[in-house]
Design a protein around this ligand. Structure first.
Ligand code: CU
Length: 414
């Protein structure tokens, strides 16, 4: 992931060190910043500019080129190699490119933060729903409706393992006929480079935020973990070669932006501090083509008022769901599934902590929040055969949202 703010000078130096497995396999590479308004010379499309050759003479410094990007607008973009893009993108030469608003770009749109009290204002009126701890990096766009508490990049891609094997075999003594991309038929589907159930485990590239607190938002996690009443942003990026109908359980998302451009509905809504859902683009499935990005915000609204009573106490002469689950468990304990809790905050991050709704129902009756949290919601490719790895289900493009009880300050006992 490469990130910056509006008005930054972003320099990306590309060094082509070749492939460890195929050291004699010569190839050029480039960086194409997909969606960036850069000049042709910096666009990374080699047929109209240049490629960076492989480092052959290691006694000398490697050949390299430095790309430059001066982002004028916030949003979610991507970058990838554009040399023989069909093959190099399939081989994994891509990443997310995120541009945050700057304090200056927010101010140009009337959004300011008081230097004394830390409160946020829109054209001088205080915005009470935005916490004082928020920074310019808690906005997806220069618009108050794009505020979020937490963010996640969902970089989607797909793999045809036969194509990868064929590229590898090109370096062997008797290379096979090169793979014809028209035969593309993927058998693995990925989120941030990994397939379920790895999508639930801590990503090795996420920064240790105790080292640099500026990096707290920059992460590669695909397991969304939020509190009730929080807003979270999903930066959907499709680098695969297939259209993905990304389906999210639990709530509707609001489309905040597409292809690094604010939703026109939110531009209209700017005058109002509260969003009218009838006038914004909402959805439960986001269909995202190759090379597209969408910014989706979900408010993890509290479901206790409508559902907790039924789950804990029963209603309309039906026994509580907790009682029903216990009866099912007595008949067949395999019918109650173990749910992996996000391992990031666990003492032993390699061990996924498991829970299930028998355990959750057994929580103390003294606290009205218990027997209800945490909540778990899947999100996945709704071409459900892509929730597989080489035929095995559930795998592939599937991950989870864990929603915990609300913060005390936001909590209303129900
Ligand atoms: Cu390349």
């Amino acid at each position: 992931m490469i990130w910056g703010e509006v008005g930054d000078n972003i320099y990306i130096t590309l060094i082509n060190i070749g492939m460890k497995e195929l050291p004699d396999f010569m190839d050029l590479h480039t960086v194409h910043m997909h969606g960036a308004h850069v000049a042709t010379q910096l666009d990374g499309f080699p047929e109209s500019s240049f490629g960076v050759p492989m480092w052959e003479n290691t006694a000398e410094a490697p050949p390299n080129a430095t790309y430059y990007f001066h982002p004028e607008d916030p949003g979610t973009l991507m970058y990838h190699c554009h040399l023989e893009a069909s093959e190099h993108v399939q081989m994994g030469m891509y990443g997310a490119l995120v541009v945050y608003p700057s304090m200056g770009s927010l101010a140009k749109n009337g959004i300011t933060k008081c230097g004394k009290c830390g409160c946020w204002k829109l054209y001088g009126d205080e915005l009470y729903h935005i916490p004082k701890t928020a920074t310019n990096r808690n906005f997806a766009y220069n618009n108050i409706h794009s505020y979020f508490d937490k963010e996640y990049v969902m970089l989607l891609s797909d793999i045809d393992s036969r194509w990868h094997q064929n590229v590898y075999d090109q370096g062997q003594l008797n290379p096979p006929v090169p793979f014809n991309p028209v035969d593309f038929k993927p058998d693995f589907w990925l989120v941030n480079g990994r397939a379920f159930p790895d999508t639930l485990t801590q990503h090795p590239l996420t920064y240790d935020t105790s080292i640099n607190s500026n990096l707290t938002q920059v992460n590669y996690e695909s397991y969304v973990h939020v509190k009730t009443n929080e807003k979270f942003l999903l930066r959907m990026i499709n680098m695969g070669y297939q259209v993905v109908p990304w389906h999210i359980h639990g709530w509707h998302f609001m489309v905040v932006g597409k292809d690094s451009h604010l939703s026109p509905f939110l531009a209209f809504a700017e005058a109002n501090k509260h969003i009218n859902h009838q006038l914004t683009e909402m959805g439960f499935t986001n269909t995202i083509g190759s090379g597209e990005t969408y910014d989706l915000i979900i408010s993890a609204e509290d479901k206790r008022k409508l559902y907790r009573n039924y789950i804990v106490n029963g209603k309309d002469n039906f026994p509580s769901l907790c009682e029903q689950l216990n009866e099912i468990y007595d008949i067949d304990n395999n019918a109650i599934f173990d749910i992996p809790e996000e391992p990031i905050n666990c003492k032993y991050p390699n061990l996924i902590r498991l829970t299930n709704y028998i355990e959750i129902c057994a929580q103390s009756p003294n606290n009205s929040n218990d027997k209800f949290f945490p909540q778990f919601y899947p999100m996945h490719n709704h071409d459900d055969y892509k929730v597989t790895n080489n035929g095995k289900y559930p795998d592939g493009q599937l991950t989870m949202i864990q929603v915990d009880r609300p913060d005390n300050k936001m909590q209303k006992e129900l």
